[in-house]
Ligand binder design. Structure first.
Ligand code: G6P
Length: 556
């Protein structure tokens, strides 16, 4: 068998950051600390919380329940310094084309640059156009919210449908859910992402074309799922409105691709623009946030941007050892590369943050799920962690068993907001807070055999909890737009720092392309008259099987 390009590349000398001498020191240090229980660390240091916690604005990070001591953080910080996190950070903020495989700048930070400092890309300050689009979004949303903007029969808009997928869906959807307490009472936003006809049908069947506004959101305006859904929505709308001229009142577009928007039949006056230096999974701050602005209004959206900007400023200026995104990133590297942890759980104790895990799955795994480094070498160390999670309180009654007594090390972020949006139900909120606190304590402390005997009267090994499971507690004062902006930016920069340490381009996503190409070929084969060929035997047979059985059967 001819050696693959990958195998060939593997023969190259490895150049990754994880081959620095400091990593050998970290490895030796891990061997020393692996047998130490966090109980002992807490017992030995009553000031552990003060030393291993950080506050930035309304965000508190307690990282004291991690398997670290001062020496751990010292070595991890040395790794960050040697990997030139500070240099890469400056390059990003300065608009350098750090997404080198696509030759693009990475400037979601410019979208929320409330200082208005010039940000230069290709010799042009992008801030005037950033601000102009934010202004247009706010003005348009105000028209819809106030009822000045009406549908083709003169009715006010009651429903907004964001048609998009990936970054053009998960970000706005997560923020819309998180900020639901702030939404306009008349406006409901729906998110149509799946090309599955069932999702389309379920969404459209509840809607009235006269009062529905479609926001077709796609960076490229070429994504098959989004375009197919947008065309179906257009047909559905025209079936009732009967005239193309009415489309202008019911379809707007968000994209970087003006020509494709015009070709689709959307008036460029109804297009909200963004730019190729905004990555799809970092785009909720751009015009992709239009459905958020429609729901909560321009002022709230600006508060969200301001929150992100506050975290950006902290990330850019705070020393690395007091830098919240850097600390979170280093802890992730500690477990990923030195403890062999494979995944990282996101556990919000907040109903409004229930989409955060799905959002972070894309943000993190599409950014750092890479096995070839910036220099084209195949890495020989684990990179992007598997991010997963669900609302913590529900998880307690489902998968936490494995966190507490399973065989794997799964670091987790516990997230809560203190002032509820339901102050008349404080008793409910107290239960949430109590469980949030109890779980991190239980994961850390565990329960010894002696304690089990003392508490239950039995010395059952099944009731022993090993403990020593690491977690971060992230506490927001309230889940308001500003705090949410801070939280999301915190994770974005954590991902950035990890990408630098693993020597990756965190801003491309070539790994999604191959499946897309094969799907377009198979789509034509599904309609062919001849048996499938040219694939492996499994795929050929499955294509034929699907072709035979996927046609609608009368009577079914
Ligand atoms: O916004 P679009 O161009 O429609 O792209 C939507 C999504 O699809 C792609 O396949 C990428 O994996 C995502 O990063 C992107 O957010």
């Amino acid at each position: 068998m001819a050696p693959s390009a990958r195998a060939q590349a593997q023969q190259d000398e490895s150049h990754g950051s994880l081959h620095r001498p400091v990593c050998r020191q970290l490895k030796a240090h891990q061997a020393q600390i692996a047998g130490v229980h966090m109980r002992e660390l807490f017992a030995a240091d009553p000031r552990r919380f003060e030393r291993f916690s950080l506050q930035v604005g309304e965000v508190l990070l307690d990282y004291s329940k991690n398997r670290i001591i001062d020496e751990t953080m010292r070595l991890l910080l040395q790794l960050a310094q040697e990997a030139d996190v500070a240099g890469w950070r400056e390059r990003m903020f300065a608009g350098e084309k750090i997404n080198h495989t696509e030759n693009r700048a990475v400037l979601h930070v410019a979208l929320r640059n409330r200082s208005n400092r010039p940000v230069i890309v290709d010799g042009e300050d992008v801030m005037p156009k950033v601000n102009a689009v934010i202004g247009r979004m706010g003005a348009f949303a105000e028209q819809v919210r106030s009822g000045v903007w009406r549908g083709y029969t003169g009715e006010r808009i009651t429903d907004v449908v964001n048609i998009g997928i990936g970054g053009s869906d998960l970000g706005p959807q997560m923020v819309y859910q998180a900020l639901k307490p702030y939404r306009h009472p008349r406006l409901k936003v729906h998110f149509l992402s799946n090309v599955d006809g069932a999702h389309v049908k379920e969404t459209l069947e509840t809607l009235n074309p006269e009062t529905t506004l479609f926001v077709v959101s796609s960076k490229t305006f070429a994504t098959q799922e989004t375009m197919t859904n947008a065309h179906t929505a257009r047909e559905w709308f025209l079936a009732q409105s009967q005239a193309e001229k009415h489309i202008a009142k019911h379809f707007v577009a968000v994209s970087t691709n003006r020509d494709a928007v015009v070709a689709f039949g959307i008036d460029p006056g109804n297009m909200f623009e963004f730019w190729d230096w905004v990555g799809g999974r970092y785009s909720l701050w751009s015009a992709i946030g239009l459905s958020i602005v429609l729901a909560v209004g321009g002022e709230r959206f600006v508060e969200l941007l301001e929150g992100a900007h506050e975290m950006d400023e902290h990330f850019r200026h705070a020393p690395l050892d007091r830098n919240m995104p850097v600390v979170l990133a280093l802890l992730g590297v500690w477990y990923n590369n030195f403890f062999g942890a494979e995944s990282h759980a996101i556990l919000p104790y907040d109903h409004y943050l229930r989409s955060l895990p799905a959002y972070l799955e894309q943000a993190d795994m599409e950014s750092n799920g890479k096995s070839v480094d910036r220099d084209g070498h195949v890495v020989d160390y684990p990179t992007g962690q598997i991010v997963w999670g669900a609302t913590g309180i529900n998880g307690q009654h489902a998968f936490y068993q494995l966190l507490h007594q399973g065989t794997r090390l799964i670091p987790a972020d516990f997230i809560i907001s203190l002032a509820p949006h339901t102050p008349d139900m404080q008793a409910h909120h107290d239960i949430l807070i109590a469980n949030f606190l109890a779980q991190t304590e239980a994961l850390m402390r565990g329960r010894t055999l002696e304690e089990t005997r003392a508490q239950t009267g039995q010395a059952s090994p099944y009731q022993v909890f090993e403990g020593n499971h690491p977690s971060n507690a992230i506490v927001l004062t309230q889940l308001a737009p500003h705090a949410l902006g801070m939280l999301v930016a915190l994770y974005e920069h954590k991902i950035f720092v990890q990408g630098v340490i693993w020597n990756l381009d965190s801003y491309d996503q070539w790994g999604v392309e191959l499946g897309k190409q094969l799907a377009s070929r198979i789509l034509t084969e599904l309609h062919a008259d001849v048996p499938a060929g040219g694939h492996d035997a499994s795929t050929n047979a499955l294509i034929d099987y699907c072709r035979r059985l996927s046609q609608p059967h009368p009577g079914l």
